[in-house]
Design a protein around this ligand. Structure first.
Ligand code: IMP
Length: 192
């Protein structure tokens, strides 16, 4: 069985391939020579995941998964959320995003936050399903660590002394929002 993963990101592709059963071949948009970006116009993570999955399903009529991720900060009512990539405006810039986040949290006692990933799956018959993964933590006041990407230097997962940017990638990949959503999906697909 082949599943299209609606991504151009090679690291994500590898992560998914390593989590699904060996009889499932995961192919990316690059493998299909699809270069167009699918606009993420939704106002919720699930909307964007579904928009991407539906766009690809309509084109290829094959099983497809698509993901969308955001950082949700309690005291900011879930912001930056679905707008995490462009929190400080276009073009997407991780340093500016972190600066704005730290500025907006100045003087706030509650710094709790979580990353959330939503995966949309559409099977060969067009049936849609959503899977979610989440990791809780807090936003610390200054950056720590040089690994990872995005908000990793300011995200301290609950129960750990290291930020996501201080952890080896393999360790982050064990506990991350994306890994958890992927595991939920692969547990499901393993049973099908
Ligand atoms: P995407 O949906 O995976 O493209 O993620 C959207 C945005 O959320 C990224 O541009 C990052 O700003 C942020 N993000 C997603 N995953 C992570 C992560 O694992 N660490 C830090 N930031 C992340």
């Amino acid at each position: 069985m082949e599943i299209i993963f609606a991504t151009h990101n090679k690291n994500k592709l590898k992560e998914v391939q390593s989590l699904v059963p060996a009889n499932i071949k995961v192919i990316s948009l690059d493998d299909l020579n699809m270069t167009t970006e699918i606009p993420e116009t939704g106002h919720a993570l699930a909307d964007n995941a579904l928009i991407k999955a539906r766009t690809i399903f309509e084109l290829y009529k094959k099983p497809v998964i698509a993901d969308d991720t955001g950082l949700e900060v309690t005291v900011l009512n879930g912001a930056p959320g679905v707008y995490s990539a462009r929190y400080a405006g276009e073009p997407s810039n991780a340093e500016n995003n972190m600066n704005l986040l730290l500025e907006n949290l100045e003087g706030k006692a509650d710094r709790s936050a979580h990353f959330k990933t939503v995966i949309a799956y559409i099977n060969a018959e067009g049936k849609e399903q959503l899977f979610e993964g989440r990791v809780d933590g807090e936003i610390i006041a200054e950056r720590r660590g040089g690994e990872g990407f995005g908000y990793d230097p300011v995200f301290l997962p609950t129960g750990y002394a290291a930020t996501f940017a201080e952890m080896p990638l393999e360790e982050k990949n064990q506990i991350s929002h994306r890994a958890r959503a992927l595991r939920a999906f692969s547990e499901f697909i393993n049973k099908v």
